[in-house]
Design a protein around this ligand. Structure first.
Ligand SMILES: [Zn+2]
Length: 339
């Protein structure tokens, strides 16, 4: 039995086997976790679709109405690059509900693992790059509204820059966004995240991990989030069809341990979402995602065996508000761009 819940819904699979996005990877991952005895049936939670009220905190009424009524223009469907149907819309809303549920579970258990989500290219008024609804933003806004969290960090390790995330939280001092990605790749226009790490083509494990470590660790320590979203894309993998980086399986495992371990050591709960992964062999993509889950198990176990390095984020936030409300982004790190 797992020390945290895995959020999953069978309707994440859009049933379009010819699409470049392997929509059946979620089911394959669930099956692998059960088959290998990593998870039991009771470890899985099924989400409900995000409500219209939840969507409205992130997306424009026009975009939500177009999705619900199926009145997208041809150009909007082309930009979305998805087979558009009400089944697709339901899957997007389920994913947003799923990330919200995983975030709630993270606050309880330390980790909430969503075997779905990571749709970081969705904007307020349109979708693109397979992403119609920004699941992490829906979760952030819902939990902020319930006053469960205030300060949130989103660490995006998908090979493609989190342009929707950067745009949605551009002027929000309580949400810190970090994206590490291949520069010469989609999206062509990259709205600035709080930290963007632009990597050259064929960047390998060593440089990737070094640059992630040097940017992420100080940002995490200084911003002191109460909750972290880890967008754990599998597409920095060297065999990925839509990626141009050269990370190995081992490099990706180290990445997972770095992101998860540093947050958990500091008492920051982590919501994991899967995002992209287009390996020529879908089993590689599923293996990368299941390795992320294994890393979450191992890191949670490790930090529970020894004292935390720092006070829990909630205490830090309280201390900060007592000290005149340092609940703002750290100026040193804001709008830092790396090349
Ligand atoms: Zn991607």
């Amino acid at each position: 039995m797992l020390p945290f819940k895995v959020v999953y819904h069978p309707e994440y699979d859009l049933g379009v086997p010819d699409h470049i996005f392997p929509w059946h990877k979620y089911r394959l991952m669930r099956d692998a976790l059960l088959r290998e005895g990593i998870a039991a049936r009771e470890d899985f939670l099924e989400p409900k679709p995000a409500s219209v009220a939840d969507l409205k905190r992130v997306h424009s009424a026009a975009w939500i109405n177009a999705l619900r009524r199926g009145t997208l223009r041809f150009s909007e469907i082309t930009r979305l690059e998805l087979p558009f149907s009400q089944r697709t819309v339901r899957a997007c809303r389920l994913a947003a509900g799923g990330t919200t549920l995983a975030a709630r579970m993270a606050l309880l258990d330390g980790v909430g693992f969503h075997a779905g989500g990571g749709f970081h290219h969705a904007f307020r008024d349109h979708g693109e790059g397979f992403c119609a609804v920004h699941d992490a933003a829906v979760a952030v806004r819902r939990l902020q509204r319930e006053e469960r969290v205030s300060r949130v960090m989103i660490v995006d390790c998908d090979v493609h820059q989190g342009n929707g995330t950067a745009s949605l939280f551009a002027s929000d001092k309580n949400v810190f966004t970090l994206s590490i990605h291949q520069f010469n790749n989609y999206p062509a226009v990259k709205p600035p995240s709080d930290i963007d790490i632009h990597l050259g083509d064929q960047t390998g494990d060593e440089e990737y991990l070094d640059r992630l470590r040097r940017a992420y660790l100080p940002a995490l320590s200084e911003f002191q989030p109460e909750l972290l979203f880890y967008v754990a894309g599998a597409d920095p993998y060297c065999e990925d069809q839509l990626g141009g980086l050269a990370l190995t399986m081992e490099g990706l495992k180290t990445r997972d341990h770095l992101v998860l371990g540093a947050a958990l050591e500091r008492g920051v709960p982590v919501t994991v979402t899967l995002a992209g992964g287009y390996a020529a062999d879908v089993d590689d993509t599923v293996l990368i995602h299941t390795n992320t889950l294994r890393a979450a198990m191992q890191e949670l176990e490790r930090v529970q065996r020894k004292p935390r390095l720092a006070a829990p984020a909630a205490e830090c936030a309280q201390a900060a508000s007592r000290n005149g409300g340092a609940l703002k982004k750290v100026p040193l790190l804001s709008r830092c761009e790396e090349r």
